[in-house]
Ligand binder design. Structure first.
Ligand SMILES: [Zn+2]
Length: 376
């Protein structure tokens, strides 16, 4: 993909291109930024720019052999590593069996989250990680001669899923680089990386998109109206991949009805209402379930923002405001962190194909306990 396809991030894009044009290219870089801010999209545009044989100051050309190969996600000097699980019966633990699925996902979307990847490979509840075997394999591949005499580029998505032994192998690769190799780590949680690793990477901060930037991008990618795009940008807090996914599930207005019904049921621990809610939650399918949980997280956050007096920050429709004005007193500093985490965990479970009714029921019971927690 080209820089023109990246949403927002114009200052950073210019800085990256200037680095290439002036030959200041760090061989190990860390693109770090919050979920959905576009680190992976930038890494792809950057790799294409590096390989393009007819680049301009503004962008890669889009039509040379290298650019066409990038467009098909088939450039022989672009290598990918990402979290995966060990397939049963396979000897070594390598990303190789997942490379086709990864390529498909890259072709489908420029903005993805871990849940898109989980759904793509049907990982169920398996823990995804980057293995030592994979680090050794990457080392071997990057040691080979490049196909087109240009840079060999490795994009490694989510280095935070490496275990320490894997990280140490990559550390060696960073410290003793092979010729004309560029390693780009793309992280959503860089603080969890080893300090020894962080200190050896050139850190590139990818800032969160503003709502208006995100809305423009969502509108361009999905064809939604500016208003609808802005509401998705609000709900997902500028997370482009989540917003695009929500918009493609086809429902324009997220379900305030189910959310308010559910919160009342959670408050009163109404078992019968839990069952009704679980059915309503489960029946429309995984994408709608994920959308509902994203919405729930948004509403919980809006309650807490409203509580702390930043009324003008609250991004709500009139109907939502009416609900929040009554309900927000039950959400406070003692329960908001745990509430958010529970909803995020439920989201991960749904992405990993756990039974939706079980997830909803379990979540409801836990939310009940947190809502009943006193604020003082
Ligand atoms: Zn080109």
């Amino acid at each position: 993909m080209q820089f023109v396809d990246v949403i927002g991030q114009t200052v950073l894009s210019t800085r990256l291109r200037d680095g290439v044009l002036s030959g200041r290219i760090a061989h190990a870089q860390l693109f770090e930024g919050p979920k959905g801010s576009g680190g992976l999209a930038l890494a792809r545009a950057y790799a294409q720019y590096l390989h393009c044989t007819d680049r301009s100051e503004e962008d890669s050309c889009g039509v040379c052999t290298s650019c066409l190969a990038h467009k098909k996600v088939q450039h022989p000097d672009l290598h990918w590593t990402f979290p995966f699980f060990k397939k049963e019966g396979s000897g070594k633990s390598l990303s190789e069996p997942f490379q086709i699925a990864w390529r498909q996902l890259m072709l489908e979307s420029e903005y993805i989250g871990i849940d898109d990847w989980l759904s793509k490979i049907g990982a169920d509840k398996k823990q995804l990680f980057i293995s030592v075997d994979e680090a050794l394999e990457v080392n071997r591949k990057l040691g080979l001669k490049s196909f087109h005499g240009s840079y060999k580029v490795l994009i490694l998505w989510l280095p935070e899923t490496m275990r320490i032994d894997t990280a140490n192998k990559f550390l060696k690769l960073i410290e003793e680089p092979t010729d004309k190799t560029i390693i780009i780590f793309v992280s959503q949680n860089a603080d969890t990386l080893l300090p020894t690793m962080l200190s050896r990477l050139q850190r590139v901060h990818v800032p969160r998109l503003s709502d208006s930037e995100a809305a423009l991008g969502i509108s361009a990618k999905t064809g939604l109206s500016a208003d609808a795009a802005l509401s998705f940008a609000h709900i997902t807090e500028g997370n482009i991949s989540a917003a695009i996914r929500m918009s493609s599930s086809g429902v324009e207005t997220p379900d305030l009805g189910l959310f308010s019904f559910w919160m009342r049921a959670c408050w009163s621990r109404d078992g019968e209402a839990f069952m009704t809610g679980a059915n309503d939650f489960a029946s429309p399918g995984r994408e709608s379930q994920k959308r509902f949980l994203t919405y729930a997280l948004h509403m919980v956050r809006q309650c807490i923002i409203g509580n702390y007096g930043a009324k003008d920050l609250v991004r709500l429709t009139e109907g939502e405001k009416a609900f929040v004005s009554k309900f927000s007193r039950f959400i406070h500093h003692k329960n908001v962190v745990d509430l958010s985490r529970l909803i995020e965990d439920a989201f991960t479970d749904i992405s990993g194909n756990v039974n939706a009714k079980v997830v909803f029921f379990d979540l409801s019971v836990r939310v009940h306990m947190l809502l009943r927690k006193e604020s003082e």
